[in-house]
Structures are given as C-alpha cells and as structure tokens.
Design a protein around this ligand. Structure first.
Ligand code: ADP
Length: 763
C-alpha cells in the first residue's frame, strides 16, 4: 500500500472521523443555540401569558366598575324622581294651605313686580283684571285708588300713594291699616327677604277694630256715668256741709253758754261728732270733685318751708302726747317761696305727715325737702319725703293704699281712724300738679312717703345769705336724736360755724362747753334734760350763749329761762330761717355787749392801769370792785400806749418799771400822741415801788402828773379817781350788770382756737 497515491483507508477513516467530529461539533453548537432560543422563547411565552392574565384581570375590573356605575346612575335617577315628587307635593300642600288661610299672601320680586298671590289677596281687589303677575306695586296702589277699593279718609289720594310707596323702601316696613270701601279694615304686613323678594301679608282685622270701638264707646259711657255720679256726690257733700257747719257752730255756742256737767258733755259730744263728720265729708267732697274733674288748682306764691312748719306745729300736740319728735330737714340752698296751689300743697303735706304721726307710736317723723334748679328756668325739681319710724306697711299692701277707701286691714292698723281716702286724694292732687308720689316701707320699722313736683320758684334762685357776723364762730349741738344733730350740724355749718355735736348733756359737759360761742341743746333728753344741763353749764362758769330747743316752749317758765340765763327758747322743729334769725339776734347782742366792754359809754369812767404784775392787777381791780368803773389793764408800756389809743381813758395809772417799755417812756409816747392829735392832757398817775429822792423829779419830767407809792392803798386811789372824775359821770353803780345770757367777749386768741370735738372746718 502506497500512501501517496491513493488515500489509504486509514486516511479515509481519519478524514471521515474528522468530518464526523466536525459534524458532531456543529450539531452540538446548533443544539446549544436551539436550546438557548428555546429558553428565550419559553421566557417570552411566559411574559406574554402574564400580560394576558394581567389584561384579563383589568378587563374584569373595568367591567365590574362599569357595572357598579350603571347601578349608581339608576339610583340617582330614582332619588331625583322621588325628590321631584316630594317637592311637587310640598308645593301643592303649601299652595293648598295658602289658599285655605283667610289672609292675603303675595310675593313680589326685587323689581316690585307681583310674582304670586293667593286668592284672598286677589279678592281684596274685588276681581280687578289688572291684578296679575307682573304688575308693579306702584301700579297696584294706583289701581286701588282708581277703583275706589281703599278709603283714604281725609288724606289726599296722591299723598296716600306716595306714603305707601315710601313705606316700602324703608329698612323695616311698619304695618299699616287700610280702611276699605265696604267699612272693613285690613292690616298690611310686609317683609323683604334676603334675595330682595318681598312677602306681603294682608290680614282682615275688621272684627278687632269694631271690638275696640265698642270698648271705647263703653268706656266713655262709663266715665260719663262716673263723672255724673261723682258730681252728684260732690254736690251732696257740699249740701251736707252747710248744715253741718251749722251744727258745729251752734254746738260751740251752746258749750259756751251756761250748762250743767251733763249738758256740757252732750254738747261737746255733738260738736266732736259733727267735726269728725265734717272731716269725712271734706274727704268725700274732694275725692268726688277730683273724679268729676271739677277740682281746679289755683296756683299762687307761697312759702313752702313755712307751710311745713305750720302743719308740724298743728300736729305737735298729738306728737308730743306720744313722745314723737317732729323734724324738718329743708335743704339749705333751696328757695322757700314757690308758685303752686298753697291749699292743695298743704292738703298733700297734711295727709302724709298726719298719717306718719298717726301710724307712729314712738320715734320720730322727719320731713325732708331737697331739690335742684332746672337749667335755664325758674323751675325747681322738688323732692319732699315724709319718713316715720311707725308700724310700716306690708309689701303686698303698698300698691293698694293709694286706692280709694283702702286701709291696711290688720289688727294693729284698725285702731286708727280714717276714711281711707287721704292717700287717694293726695295721689290725685300730686298727679294734677304734674308730679309723682311713691312709698317705701318696712313693716315694724317705718314708712317713707315721697313726692316729686316740678314748680316755679318765686324769685330766681339767688344765693341765700346765711352768713353770720364774725363774733359767732363755734357752736355745740347737744341732742340725743342723731337725725336732729345731723340736720343742725348741716345748717349751722352752712352758716359758717364750726360745729361739734354731742349726743348727751353728760358728754357735752365732759368737753368744756364753755369754749363754744353758742350751745344749742334739746330740752327733752334722757338722763339729763336741757334745763339741768344749762344749770350745770352756768355752775361751771360757762359764758357761752345758750339756746334751748323744745317741742313745748309754753311749758317752760320764764323764770327757769332767766335763772339759767338762756338766750332763747325755740320751738322744735326749727325753721332754718328762724334759726338763722335767732343767731343774728344773738350775734347782734354779743356785738352790743362787746361794744359796751371795748368802748364804754360816756357815763362810765374809763381807767387804764398799766401794771405787769398779775397779782397787783387783781388787787387793783378788787379795790375798785364796788365802783362802776371801766378798767382796762395793760401788761407793759407798749400795751399801755396801744390801749390808751383804743380806750381813750379819763385817768391812767402807770407802773414805772415794766418790761419791754417802762412807764416813763410810755408816758412820753402818750403825751406825744395827745399833742399830735390835739387832745386834752390825760391825768397820769405813776405807781412806784419806793419813793426815793429825785425819783419824783424824773417822773414829773417824763410827763406824769403825780405818783403813788406801793403798796397801794384804796383811799389814795379813790382820792385820785374822785379828783379826776369827769363831769356828769357817776362811779357809784346804778345800772344792772349785763345779762349773763350774752357771753362776754373773749380774748381773740382763745376764741380762735377750734372747739374740741370739731370736725374738718367748713368753708
Ligand atoms: P286713712 O284715712 O285711713 O289714713 P289714707 O288713704 O290716708 O287713709 O291711708 C290709707 C291706709 O294706708 C291707712 O289706713 C294705713 O293703713 C296706710 N298708711 C298710710 N300712711 C301710713 C304710714 N305712714 N304708716 C303706716 N301705714 C300707713
């Protein structure tokens, strides 16, 4: 075998093996590729499957959603239909209702055009064709006028139309009543809504109007009847009064005639009964007169404070029987003269104060008057109150007591007499004067009745001059009643006095009452009465002026007053003007007393004694005590010159050795004054301690006329005095001493001190 020529089998086998290997490799490669492609295909297929599943799910969801929406839409449709049905029913019901009610109902739009109206509304227009939706309110009103539907009475048609239109444009539309052609009445009530629509209601009020008219007719008829009855009563009581006056007058005459005991008793009973009857008849007469409107007021000027005072004086005896204090607190700065019906004012006051006294078993009754000027006019707004500490009135009775014939019905009350007309009359009178009356009360504690009036003062309100002369500066008030202390303090302070108040004589005595210019004290005090107090004051040597207050001045013996040197006894309650007058009198008396002391009258010999030693002054004055001399002491030379100037003495006794300025120097000054003023030479007698040689020369040179040596002897002094007694002057006492009631003038320094117990000084 050749290897080169022909492929050997081996070679062929190898080639074939190689080819097979290559094929196998290729197959393997292809197989691997196939496997990869296969795997990719598988993945892709899975992906596709997933997407399909996903899409299917979405389709399913969308489908269910669509299903659900379809269901909802049909529900909404159903709801809408139901709502529509309901609305239709509601509207129908509303219209049924609106048509059923008798009142007219209409709605206008914002341009005032009629939108809808019920039948009643339309019937108001009596079937007028023009009244239909779209007509304006103005046209509607015009139609009412043109067709004579509305009766405008005295008002012109045009004015009515304008007024009705104007009414609609306002913020709030007031109801209006229209009278229609057939004498029926309708009331229009309109209201504008938020969107500008206007709802108009028309109510038929014919029945109400007719009813009111009937009532008014009945009231007028009843009043006329009442007036007629009252007029009859007024006439009757007037007629009864005339013979009653006869009964009273005649029984008075009868009592004055010669009667035995029994006859007198009968006659007095007749008189008392007749008088009681007269009081009742007068009440009835007044009441019926007011009711019949026949009572006329007669205003004229009168003094209110005096009227109150006079009423209190009249009631004083019944108050004193019960031990009640009657007090007045009249505003210091209020005028007293006003213009009103004085008789009726008295009647009002008498009723209120009389009741207060009647229903007060113990304590006090206080009348208080206050007020203020109304700006720019003589008018005053007056408040008068009457306070008592009496039985009081229960709250549920307070409103009733002003009614006629009304009295509080209880055991305590019925012990009091009365007609029960007093307060009814009082209220009517106050009302007629344009005022008001009221009451406050606490059962068991007291009542306070008050009324207010606006009336003219007679004079324009001048500032009242309540000032007092300088001489009166301080006052002590002694009264056990706090209110009275308060009132007096107020009044005295307003007069410019410094006031200290004390609630008892004992307290006052403890506080040196002599330091006051004036002591104003009550006589009726517990523990120590006024007279005893005055006695103790005088015993203490007090020189204060005393004014005693008492409800019963007549009960006081003149001698009791004199022995205590009481300046004045005044009646309680005290009028502020009377108090002021008394104080002016007192000040004048004090002034006179002071003038007597400072500038003695011609008929007393004036002696000036200059002496620094107090004991010597005392000895000097004791020596001359028996004589009616006016002696002034000077404590040194300077004072001697001053007092010479002020007293112009007839004779001077001059101590030579004195502090500040000696006697010689003082004498020289006095001589100088005499010369300068062209006065006569005043005899001056020197007083020296020891007469030494040469002394007399110096003394005489200084201008003294003669000298006496100490110790002084009475006869020598008397001799000097007699030797220089001016013509026509007596020194033996002839006049009584000054009344002790007027306090002697006190040294300025002492008087200027504020009194003890004093409060803040008043302007
Ligand atoms: P009368 O004539 O009975 O006093 P009034 O009209 O004056 O009639 O008073 C009516 C009633 O009011 C009295 O009866 C009394 O019950 C009561 N009243 C009036 N004032 C007072 C008062 N100050 N205190 C207590 N009660 C009073």
């Amino acid at each position: 075998m050749t290897k080169e020529q022909s492929p050997s089998l081996q070679e062929l086998l190898a080639a074939e093996r190689r080819a097979r290997l290559a094929a196998e490799q290729l197959l393997e490669t292809k197989h691997a590729e196939l496997t990869r492609a296969n795997r990719r295909l598988g993945l892709h297929a899975r992906q596709l499957t997933d997407e399909i599943i996903q899409q299917r799910r979405q389709v399913r969801e969308v489908r269910t959603e669509a299903e659900a929406l379809k269901g909802q839409a049909s529900q909404a449709q159903k709801d809408l239909e139901r709502a529509h049905r309901q609305a239709t029913v509601a509207e129908r019901r509303l219209w049924d209702a609106l048509e059923t009610i008798q009142d007219g109902f209409a709605v206008f739009n914002r341009r005032d055009q009629l939108l809808i109206a019920n039948r009643s509304y339309l019937s108001l227009f009596d079937g007028l064709d023009g009244i239909r939706p779209g007509i304006t309110y103005g046209e509607l009103l015009q139609l009412l006028l043109n067709e004579g539907v509305v009766d405008t009475g005295t008002e012109a048609a045009g004015a009515w139309h304008d007024a009705m239109l104007a009414r609609w444009t306002g913020e709030t539309i007031e109801p209006v009543v229209l009278r229609l052609w057939n004498d029926t009445y309708v009331k229009l009530m309109d209201r504008r809504g938020q969107d500008g629509d206007l709802v108009s209601l028309v109510l038929d009020i014919t029945d109400t109007i007719r009813y009111e008219r009937d009532i008014e007719d009945a009231r007028q008829r009843a009043e006329a009847a009442a007036r007629a009855k009252a007029a009859f009563l007024a006439n009757m009581s007037h007629e009864i009064r005339t013979p009653m006056n006869g009964v009273v007058g005649m029984s008075e005459l009868l009592i004055e005639s010669d009667l035995d005991e029994e006859q007198r008793l009968y006659a007095e009973t007749i008189k008392n009964s007749a008088e009681a009857l007269l009081v009742i008849i007068n009440d009835v007469l007044d009441y019926s007169k007011i009711e019949a409107e026949k009572l006329v007021l007669h205003p004229e000027p009168f003094d209110l404070e005096r009227a109150i005072h006079e009423i209190l004086v009249l009631l004083q005896s019944s108050a004193a029987d019960k031990g009640i204090d009657l007090l007045v607190d009249y505003d210091m700065f209020l005028p007293t003269r006003f213009v009103a019906d004085p008789g009726r004012i008295r009647q009002i006051l008498t009723n209120l104060i009389g009741n207060a006294v009647k229903f007060t078993p113990a304590g006090h009754v206080l009348v208080r008057v206050t007020g203020y000027a109304e700006e720019g006019s003589p008018r005053f707004n007056l408040h008068v109150t009457v306070e008592d500490t009496g039985i009081g009135i229960a709250a549920d009775k307070l409103e009733l007591i002003f009614g006629e014939f009304s009295q509080v019905e209880d055991e305590r009350n019925r012990q009091f007499e009365g007609t029960g007309l007093g307060l009814a009359i009082t209220q009517q009178l106050v009302g007629m004067m344009g005022g008001e009356i009221w009451v406050d009360s606490v059962p068991g504690e007291g009542s306070c009745f008050g009324f207010q009036l606006s009336i003219d003062a007679v004079e324009p309100p001048l500032p009242q001059d309540f000032s007092l002369p300088e001489r009166l500066r301080s006052a002590m008030v002694v009264d056990d009643l706090p209110i009275n202390r308060m009132i007096l303090e107020k009044q005295l302070s307003a007069m410019g006095l410094r006031v200290a108040t004390y609630r008892s004589a004992g307290a006052a005595l403890n506080d040196d009452p002599g330091r006051f210019d004036l002591v104003l004290f009550d006589n009726d005090m517990p523990e120590m009465d006024g007279l005893a107090f005055a006695e103790r004051m005088r015993a203490k040597g007090s020189g204060s002026a005393l004014i005693l207050m008492t409800a019963n001045p007549s009960h006081l013996a003149a001698q009791e007053q004199e022995s205590r040197a009481i300046f004045a006894v005044v009646q309680k309650p005290l009028l502020r003007r009377d108090l002021h007058m008394k104080l002016r009198e007192l000040a004048a008396a004090m002034q006179a007393a002071a003038a007597v002391a400072v500038l003695p009258p011609r008929q007393r010999m004036r002696i000036l004694a200059a002496e620094d030693n107090k004991t010597n002054q005392l000895v000097f004055s004791k020596m001359l005590k028996q004589l009616d001399l006016d002696i002034t002491f000077a404590n040194d030379g300077i004072e001697a010159v001053e007092k010479f100037q002020s007293t112009r003495p007839h004779l001077v006794f001059m101590d030579i050795s004195m502090p500040r300025m000696d006697g010689k120097e003082a004498t020289r000054k006095i001589r100088g004054i005499e010369q300068a003023e062209g006065l006569e030479r005043t005899p001056i007698c020197a007083l020296t301690a020891h007469a030494m040689d040469g002394d007399d020369q110096g003394i005489l040179e200084a201008g003294l006329d003669f000298y006496l040596t100490k110790p002084l002897r009475r006869p020598e002094i008397l001799e000097r005095i007699r030797a220089h007694l001016p013509e026509g002057i007596e020194i033996e006492p002839t006049e009584p001493p000054l009344p002790a009631a007027v306090p002697a003038p006190r040294p300025a320094a002492a008087a200027a001190q504020p009194p003890p117990g004093d409060r803040a000084p008043h302007p």
